[in-house]
Design a protein around this ligand. Structure first.
Ligand code: PLP
Length: 495
């Protein structure tokens, strides 16, 4: 049966999965949501015998029903190959705190690789299915992780070009080096004189500039998006929750049907929403533990039912979660409003206008499977140190936010059922914050001295993503004013 995607803001707008992936956003600015979530058609015990790619096929074929199995297999096999440094793709690592689901074994060592390594194949397949003749130009604004993962995913993919804008002075040195050394003739990286919001606004303006889009079309190009509101990112993220649960069965840690908790360090709400969808598909999940850093809009929302972004934006050691407008929450709001696009649109308009909205008591009922809390900078650092001291296991700052919040959850509730903790980045990506958490003395060392020291302490081989940038030549050095972004796009495309 064909699964239809609907806009969260307009009951009339429908799309097939492939069209939703091509468009990214619905015409009215809403997000595409599946009309219903199909149940798994294999038992959890059967899935426990499969490898990552087979699990991926069994999940994705239910969600992307207008793709054939051949097409999906092509996408899955092209994405989840030796770009990942382990055959398991997403290994589950048992430690005294819980089961860390390591989602950082892809080419850019952040969990964004789990979806961005397959999105280019889904997108080019979707373009073929829908007879799109133009080349696809992916426009991305990034604060660090998405940009590099999207570049790596789209580099040298025929029929695509990718342009990434990042705030010249707003990313970490390692993140910048990763981006400006990117190879591939179809890649283009631009630093802008401005912050992340400026980059994002500039990109959105180009998307909605009709004259610019028709110029592009006349030259054989069209824009698309690789950011986390695309369902082509959400669906691949459901896979690893099914995979994690079935690994627990395979390793004899639980019996099929037994409930688990999942703990997710959250920013844009994409990763935790994928877990929520995985539960609807049939994974026995008890609580979704939503962990925030000091930008704790989500904690306050779960606590009070009021979402309020009118507050100071705090720069933390977990920058990929420094966010005040959590875009994917809209999909959950739509759901708890009873799939009511009109009601959801009202709330989202209030968020754009006044910067806040309040949900009703009956909507609040729909949130009872969620637990929200946050970790301060001190708690985050202390958690890295504690886990290093007890397990000799070194986690990154984002994962540490999750582990710290999980400790609070257990202390408050006494609930000790098995927990999967989404481990979203390699500690090598945030070396300085991680090493300083273990010992402040490390702050005197250079970035690459710290890399070697981290290797010595953890016994984990330095990932390729880091080795590469020690010596890789800089290939992108364009810097522009935020007003000049469209000119840079034209220059790169030669139009
Ligand atoms: C993007 C990111 C997150 C937040 O994920 P969301 O899906 O936006 O909630 C957490 N940790 C890391 C390392 C990330 O790159």
């Amino acid at each position: 049966m064909e699964l239809i995607y609907k806009s969260t803001r307009n009951p009339e707008e429908h799309a097939t999965a492939s069209v939703a992936i091509l468009k990214g956003l619905a015409n009215d600015g809403g997000l595409f949501v599946p009309d219903s979530i199909p149940a798994l058609d294999k038992s959890l015990d059967e899935l426990a015998k499969m490898d990552y790619r087979q699990v991926a096929l069994n999940v994705m074929k239910l969600m992307l029903t207008d793709f054939t199995e051949e097409e999906l297999n092509y996408c899955i096999n092209s994405a989840y190959d030796d770009k990942f440094d382990t055959k398991e793709i997403a290994p589950l690592n048992k430690k005294s705190t819980g089961y860390f689901l390591e989602l950082f074994h892809g080419s850019t060592i952040a969990f964004k690789d789990m979806a961005l390594s397959i999105l280019p194949y889904l997108l080019t397949t979707a373009a073929k299915k829908n007879n799109v003749k133009n080349d696809i130009v992916i426009l991305t604004a990034t604060s660090g992780d998405t940009g590099k993962a999207a570049l790596a995913g789209f580099a040298d993919v025929p029929g695509t070009k990718i342009i990434v804008f990042y705030p010249k002075n707003g990313v970490s040195p390692i993140q910048e080096k990763q981006m400006v050394t990117q190879t591939g003739d179809n890649t283009f990286v631009v630093g802008i004189e401005g912050n992340f919001d400026d980059a994002q606004t500039g990109v959105k303006k180009m998307f909605s500039d009709e004259a610019f889009c028709s110029l592009l079309d006349s030259k054989g190009y069209q824009f698309s998006s690789a950011n986390s509101i695309n369902i082509g990112r959400l669906v691949p993220q459901m896979v690893y929750y099914v995979y994690a649960y079935t690994r627990l069965i395979a390793e004899g840690e639980i019996k099929s049907g037994e409930k688990i908790n999942v703990v997710v360090p959250t920013g844009n709400f994409g990763n935790i929403l994928a877990a929520y969808y995985a539960k609807e598909m049939g994974v026995p999940i008890n609580k979704f533990i939503c962990a925030s850093n000091e930008n704790k809009v989500l904690y306050d929302f779960f606590d009070t039912g009021c979402y309020n972004r009118n507050r100071e934006f705090i720069l933390t050691s977990s920058p990929s979660m420094d966010i005040l407008i959590s875009s994917n929450l809209e999909r959950l709001i739509y759901r708890i409003a009873g799939n009511d696009a009109v009601k959801n649109r009202e709330l989202m308009e209030a968020l754009t206008g006044k910067g806040e909205y309040v949900i009703t008591d009956s909507m609040k009922e729909g949130l009872k499977d969620f637990y929200g809390n946050y970790a301060t900078e001190e708690e985050t650092a202390a958690t890295i140190k504690k886990i290093y001291d007890t397990d000799k296991y070194i986690i990154d700052t984002h994962t540490a936010v999750a582990a710290a919040v999980y400790d609070k959850y257990k202390a408050e509730t006494g609930d000790n059922m098995p927990a999967v903790i989404a481990s979203t980045a390699s500690p090598y990506k945030f070396t300085r914050s991680v090493m300083n958490a273990i010992d402040k003395e490390y702050d005197r060392k250079s970035d690459f001295e710290l890399v070697d020291e981290l290797c010595r302490l953890s016994g984990v081989k330095v990932p390729n993503a880091i080795e590469e940038i020690r010596t890789a030549p800089v290939r992108h050095n364009t810097v522009c004013d935020k007003e000049a972004m469209p000119d840079e796009v034209k220059k790169f495309l030669g139009i």
